[in-house]
Unconditional design. Structure first.
Length: 427
């Protein structure tokens, strides 16, 4: 019997089974498809029903606080997470975990800082920011995306866009702000300076938008870190025997000792002793560094996060150098042995122009579609198809208010300090 005959027989049998049971298989498969569309539709309606508020943050001129202050803000904002949506919330209301965005926006006229949150969380957001930066000012602002056309690209403007996520597993950390700090203030580096400097050099008609989408999540993501730590430490998980194995094993052990009792002293099994290797002594300096980085990341609160970058310019003066500058600024957070940022391929507004590959088919239409989608997602502040987990220290590294040493000329800083009214002021 040759292979083709066997393959034909298997195919025939499979078809016969399907013809008999299709009335069960097809409705069951369609149910799961319908369920996914149902949840997606309800979730979309739930998102559109949220009332949002956009707050512009005007920072004081002399910020001496390190990004540690911003880390405290993100730690406090994690209180937005209470519990995961219940079955009723998910399948009948479409609700999901609350999220918010911090946004860094650059025009020819200046560099702006924004935070967008549900109106129900406005008091919390304002309170935690004022607690760390009492000299800052927050006020409700009109959405800056309305300054641009409703649809991009168009005949006048073009855009570049992509979403950043982590290049490796979530538990590997990026290079955080502690790496850039120094004891002497003049030698202290600010990782956000590279981005604000690019924004300060934009010409009329250009815009750089950076959107940090953040959603507080529970600690389930740390299980992945435990596995990686145990792998580095060469720890093997011991499988505990089930109750059936314990009963059967004990019964046979009893029979053996009973049978051999006249000839030898009964021997009972003991719990296996752990023979762990002192792996830490044999780790290389690089492995120790990775282990400490993973442990440090897992010790702090986590957010589901994605960073969306959009560059807008006129069609006749589009400057790709600004795209390279922003992408290069995110490279400073990368290390070869741990983690860094990479763009999501499906949202990257680039499609190869090589004609000899199928990836270039319908290139112009596909590229235009990607640009319109990422522009709409930016305006709605919705998460991309993929995301990563960043802890509070990593978030404070990629988004914080620039130190006094940052000399970007168009940073919108407060020149005067707002004082508090006297306590006995008559009303």
């Amino acid at each position: 019997m040759d292979f083709n005959t066997v393959l034909f027989g298997i195919g025939k049998s499979t078809l016969e089974v399907f013809l008999v049971s299709w009335w069960i298989i097809v409705p069951l498969g369609l149910f799961f498809v319908w369920r996914d569309f149902w949840v997606w539709g309800l979730n979309r309606l739930w998102k559109l029903d949220i009332k949002w508020v956009l707050l512009e943050i005007k920072i004081p001129r002399n910020i001496l606080k390190t990004p540690k202050a911003m880390e405290n803000i993100f730690s406090a904002l994690h209180a937005i997470y209470v519990t995961d949506p219940s079955f009723e919330d998910k399948y009948f209301k479409g609700s999901d975990l609350s999220w918010f965005t911090f946004e860094l926006v650059g025009y020819a006229g200046g560099v702006h800082f924004y935070v967008r949150c549900p109106e129900t969380h406005r008091n919390l957001v304002e309170s935690v920011i004022y607690s760390e930066y009492p000299d800052a000012e927050l006020h409700e602002a009109e959405d800056y995306v309305k300054l641009m056309p409703d649809t991009l690209p168009n005949d006048a403007y073009d855009l570049w866009g992509n979403d950043f996520i982590l290049a490796k597993e979530n538990v590997y950390p990026i290079k955080t702000y502690e790496f850039f700090e120094a004891n002497v203030e003049e030698q202290r580096l600010d990782p956000i300076a590279a981005i604000t400097e690019v924004m300060s050099r934009l010409k009329e008609g250009e815009a750089i938008w950076l959107q940090y989408l953040l959603k507080p999540v529970p600690d389930k993501w740390k299980a992945e870190g435990d596995e990686i730590r145990d792998k580095i430490m060469d720890r093997k998980k011991e499988k505990k025997p089930g109750w059936i194995e314990v009963i059967v094993g004990g019964f046979f052990e009893f029979l053996r000792n009973l049978t051999l009792a006249p000839a030898e002293y009964p021997v009972w099994s003991e719990a296996p002793k752990k023979d762990e290797k002192i792996k830490m002594l044999h780790l290389s300096p690089g492995e120790k560094n990775i282990l400490e980085g993973v442990e440090n990341k897992m010790s702090k609160l986590g957010y589901e996060a994605a960073i969306r970058f959009i560059y807008i310019d006129r069609q006749d003066s589009f400057t790709p150098a600004n795209i390279a500058a922003v992408n290069g600024a995110f490279k400073q957070f990368s290390t070869q042995d741990m983690n860094g940022f990479k763009p999501i391929t499906d949202t990257l507004t680039f499609i190869t122009s090589r004609k000899l590959t199928y990836k270039s088919w319908f290139r112009k239409k596909r590229l235009n579609y990607r640009k319109r989608v990422i522009y709409e997602l930016y305006k709605m502040r919705w998460f991309p198809i993929k995301s990563s987990i960043l802890n509070t220290e990593e978030l404070a590294t990629v988004f914080h208010f620039p130190l006094v040493t940052v000399e970007a000329p168009l940073l919108r800083r407060l020149d005067t300090r707002k004082g508090e009214p006297p306590a006995n002021l008559p009303i």
